[in-house]
Design a protein around this ligand. Structure first.
Ligand SMILES: [Fe+2]
Length: 130
């Protein structure tokens, strides 16, 4: 039957436009805020059209040594130039990039997952040390 994780693809974000790029410091101070940016298409732009676009990004934090991940945020991109005039004629597009500010107490791994409406689920990870 399979699991949803069997269908989440991975690759290097520098060579595969669907993979979320997670940008933040490699090392942070416990309890101090730091900025995390997650984007899709950083090196190779992904299309952003009514027919083909990124729907959402979810970000999770997995604390080292725990068997649980914690959801940081779920970010939807809901405007893709839809319009009564027709596809791609609308006045607004949401770009698949988010920024958030976190504080962590110890080492862990950030996990990002994104959904392309026609190419499915893609993930990436980034370690953060304290
Ligand atoms: Fe795609």
């Amino acid at each position: 039957m399979g699991k949803i994780s069997d269908h989440i693809k991975e690759a290097d974000w520098k060579s595969e436009k669907h993979v979320p790029a997670i940008e933040c410091p490699d090392r942070v101070t416990a309890g101090e805020p730091f900025t995390v940016i997650v984007s899709v298409g950083k090196e190779i732009p992904h299309p952003n059209t009514t027919e083909h676009h990124i729907r959402w990004i979810s970000l999770y934090f997995h604390p080292k040594g725990e068997n649980q991940v914690y959801e940081v945020g779920h970010y939807e991109f809901n405007a893709h130039a839809e319009s009564v005039k027709g596809a791609n004629e609308g006045p607004v597009l949401t770009e698949p990039i988010i920024q958030t500010t976190l504080r962590i107490k110890g080492d862990g791994v950030l996990h990002a997952v994104e959904l392309c409406n026609i190419h499915g689920l893609w993930q990436s990870t980034k370690e953060v040390a304290v």
